[in-house]
Design a protein around this ligand. Structure first.
Ligand SMILES: [Zn+2]
Length: 366
């Protein structure tokens, strides 16, 4: 598509003359963040399988046994902001509420700073409010007195268009995926096991993954050391299955059948061995979205994401008629993205991180 368009030097985009060479230059410099993934192939990130049912073992390397006989599973917690810019999605670390006295906060330059992404969320809300006001004026509706809720669908759309979302808590932990047939091990089960890091929202972890612990007679309160079925199959009503809906429909169940557990027991040691280097510290080192980022870099990432939003906000404060502005300048960029984003996100507004040009299936499992 881009090739075809560059035959001309200038084309009209939304009735604005745009120099295509400049557009190309702008696109090439649009480095925002690395797509979410692992920088080390020895420590891959789990991707949502499409319509598959997996046998999964949760290694116990992060399980801490306490003196009173209880135990906990120490998953890595991170607060991340999701952003979307046209078809580009990604995450930015939230530094709100971090320990300011930590020497690391000093080294990374976080000290005495608020989170730039949290501040950006406020700016996005300002834009939502400005757009709503403009729409109200255009339709002659008083926003304070709108019993028919005429403005509601517009406001909803403006909220969906926010390029930065408030931070969500994510958890990361290792899993081992075991080849299986039905609920049985196969000849390849032991040799074909693979360890991965999984990142998902803390809410999903708590409400979906750990919820199945309630089926246990003695609930240890965590899933460390358990065999589970992670079921991503779903009825697509004849449509093609995809990662997004697979993730949305995922079910997580702890295996409690004694016969199955007895059959799986011999591979436990191998699974633990495979995952033994998948520590929380390693995750910080290899998973791009979890890497510690200096304040200046964080700030410039936020600046890149917020560029268009700020431009529109400035126009509004200068008194431009917002209704006359393109509703989303990102659309200009969007029209040059040939590859639709395939993401595996689960939450309604949660966004998986993937480059617009990434191959289908490059997504974080949320
Ligand atoms: Zn933040």
């Amino acid at each position: 598509m881009l090739k075809m368009l560059t035959k001309k030097d200038e084309v009209n985009v939304m009735s604005v003359k745009v120099n295509m060479a400049e557009v190309l230059k702008m696109r090439q410099s649009q480095e925002i963040d690395k797509p979410y993934g692992s920088s080390d192939s020895k420590f891959p990130l789990f991707k949502t399988p499409v319509n598959e049912r997996l046998l999964v073992y949760i290694p116990s390397l992060n399980v801490i046994e306490h003196e009173d006989g209880t135990s906990t599973n120490d998953v890595l917690e991170t607060a991340l902001h999701n952003y979307k810019l046209g078809k580009k999605f990604g995450t930015i670390t939230c530094i709100s509420g971090i320990d300011n006295d930590s020497p690391i906060a000093e080294i990374l330059g976080y000290k005495d700073h608020t989170c730039p992404a949290c501040d950006a969320v406020n700016e996005c809300w300002n834009l939502v409010n400005a757009k709503t006001e403009a729409k109200a004026k255009e339709l002659g509706v008083n926003p304070e007195n709108d019993p028919e809720e005429v403005l509601k669908p517009f406001r909803k759309k403006y909220i969906q268009d926010m390029v930065m979302t408030r931070a969500s808590k994510y958890v990361t932990f290792p899993i081992v995926v075991i080849p299986h047939k039905g609920n049985r091990l196969t000849g390849e089960s032991e040799s074909g096991m693979s360890a991965y890091y999984v990142t998902m929202t803390e809410q999903r972890y708590r409400e979906k993954v750990c919820a199945s612990l309630s089926t246990l007679f003695n609930n240890p309160g965590h899933i460390g050391g358990r065999f589970m079925v992670w079921d991503f199959t779903y009825d697509s009503n004849g449509a093609q299955h995809n990662a997004r809906d697979s993730a949305k429909n995922a079910k997580f169940n702890i295996i409690i059948d004694p016969a199955a557990l007895q059959a799986f027991e011999p591979i436990r040691a191998k699974a633990e061995e495979l995952a033994k280097e998948f520590t929380n510290i390693k995750a910080l080192e290899v998973l791009t979205a979890l890497e510690p980022v200096e304040y200046s870099k964080l700030n410039s990432s936020v600046d890149s994401v917020m560029k268009e939003t700020r431009k529109i906000l400035a126009m509004v404060s200068e008194g431009s008629d917002i209704a006359a502005l393109p509703s989303a300048p990102e659309k200009i960029l969007e029209s040059f993205s040939a590859t639709p984003l395939s993401d595996g996100n689960l939450g309604v507004t949660e966004i998986a991180s993937a480059d617009a040009n990434a191959t289908a299936g490059a997504h974080r499992f949320d």
